[in-house]
Design a protein around this ligand. Structure first.
Ligand SMILES: *Cc1c(COP(=O)(O)O)cnc(C)c1O
Length: 471
């Protein structure tokens, strides 16, 4: 399998060469040259596989430059009941006859990002050891991504994580999740500022090419291809769990932000998984809903981006979206490049001429308001006795409009309600259930470094930690 850029300006390379990277050299995103097709027989065989084996079968199609025994060992080590709470890894929970929740948030940080990030941690360690390299991951977080990255990379040889977060601006639970890690390769850096300040500092570090090369700086953001492909696995699992034969279709509803999760659904569908609809559910930050309704793509300015009760979906532009546009335009890299150039100059582009073809891809969309989410949390609790978080509630709310008789609708549960306790109290007047391992997490000893908004200080901090550990 070879990888290309969505903008057509990168020589073809293989999986291990793109694993640690971010953007393609031409500014595009990397994609496989084609999606492998899965035939009926393969589907029937895969139906019987345990999660780690299925993950191996799917990954080997994309990572064919990793010896099979090694890859099988990596997926076996990643997808365990110990880490994900059950052998099912992503259990399917039936709500009513045809409405299901695919529970993706039983990993260490209680959000679906663990499913990809835990694999990424093992892949990084493996490839870095093979290449005799080290990697210093620098990132900014306001919550889910940072903690998923830290729990995936803790204790991994050859990897250090420098995670910036806005001082005293995350929830007590999220802060405790990150700051109670004491692994020597994890550095929590609390910046005296807001999230955008953290992000600006990370950008400044990444734009300093000399520094970046010298200290082998990398990232783990949602455009990482391995993260996307790891997410393809649970679409297959969800479909197997909701069907009994290969001629049945299901739909998926996906609470969406950066378009990474639902992109994996698009890839599963492109591989031949019988998916009827892919429901793109957004919150008040409805860039994606607007696109799928009108064909107009108009990323928002940060001042226009709202802080909502589903904060992990508060995005101004959808980083992974370019990969779908590439497919929609039949892989025309020059046209993708022109569109993103137009985004830079005009701030928007118009694909409304392609609107009739959106249905070929199964995409439909909708958005929810805070009131919609609270009402959904109440309705789901009352009808099924299940507490869902605000992100999952968004998916369930939008899913309702797109259900078809005879077609199971699977809503992806992207986080546990314990992470967003304030909204659960507001909706239900109760404390959300919290997994036993997280009892009292707020009172554990915390370890972090407080730093002003000073890129030179940050650079010095990274260099000194990287140098002392290397020596
Ligand atoms: C990251 C996240 C999302 C959005 O996923 P994308 O892949 O960015 O579309 C939704 N819900 C939760 C809880 C998340 O952490």
């Amino acid at each position: 399998m070879r990888y290309l850029s969505t903008r057509g300006g990168m020589p073809a390379v293989r999986f291990c060469e793109i694993l640690l990277g971010g953007l393609a050299p031409d500014g595009g995103l990397v994609l496989p040259e084609s999606y492998p097709r899965v035939d009926e027989e393969t589907l029937a065989r895969w139906r019987l596989l345990p999660y780690p084996e299925l993950a191996f079968e799917i990954l080997r199609l994309y990572a064919d430059d990793i010896p099979e025994d090694d890859l099988r060992a990596l997926t076996a080590r990643t997808y365990t009941a110990e880490i994900f709470g059950s052998d099912a890894i992503t259990p399917l929970q039936r709500l009513d006859g045809e409405l299901h929740l695919l529970r993706l948030s039983n990993g260490p940080t209680l959000a679906f990002k663990d499913l990809a990030m835990q694999l990424l941690g093992n892949l990084f360690e493996y490839v870095l050891a093979k290449q005799g390299r080290e990697l210093n991951i620098v990132g900014a977080t306001s919550g889910d991504t940072g903690s998923a990255a830290e729990y995936a990379m803790r204790g991994k040889r050859g990897v250090r994580v420098f995670m910036l977060s806005p001082h005293r601006r995350m929830s007590a639970f999220q802060t405790a999740q990150m700051f109670s890690l004491h692994d020597p390769n994890i550095y929590n850096i609390a910046i005296d500022g807001v999230f955008d300040d953290c992000q600006d500092m990370v950008k400044a570090i990444s734009n300093d090419l000399d520094f970046k090369r010298r200290w082998s700086i990398g990232t783990v953001n949602s455009i990482n291809w391995a993260r996307v492909v790891a997410q393809v696995v649970y679409y297959f699992r969800g479909w197997f769990a909701a069907t009994t034969s290969n001629d049945q279709k299901v739909s998926f509803a996906v609470p969406s932000g950066n378009f990474g999760n639902v992109l994996a659904g698009h890839i599963a569908r492109s591989m031949g998984l019988p998916i009827s609809r892919l429901v793109v559910a957004t919150n008040e930050n409805d860039v994606l809903d607007e696109f799928f309704r009108t064909g107009h793509y108009r990323p928002r300015a940060s001042a226009e981006t709202q802080h909502t009760s589903s904060p992990s979906m508060d995005i101004s532009k959808a980083s992974n979206f370019e990969r779908f546009v590439h497919d929609l335009l039949g892989g025309d890299g020059a046209r993708v490049a022109a569109l993103w150039k137009q985004l830079d100059t005009e701030g928007a582009f118009d694909l409304s001429a392609e609107l009739p073809r959106f249905a070929d891809y199964g995409f439909v969309s909708g958005s929810s308001s805070h009131a919609d989410r609270l009402a959904t949390i109440r309705a789901v609790h009352q009808a099924y006795g299940v507490v869902v978080d605000t992100h999952t509630a968004d998916g369930l709310f939008v899913a309702e409009r797109w259900r078809e008789p005879g077609v199971p609708m699977i809503c992806l549960e992207t986080a546990q309600p314990a992470k967003f306790a304030a909204s659960i109290r507001e909706a239900l007047g109760i404390e959300p259930p919290r997994p036993a391992a997280y009892e009292g997490i707020e009172s554990r000893a915390q370890r972090y470094t407080l730093m002003p908004r000073d890129v030179r200080l940050l650079a010095r901090f990274i260099a000194s930690r990287a140098a002392s550990a290397a020596g």
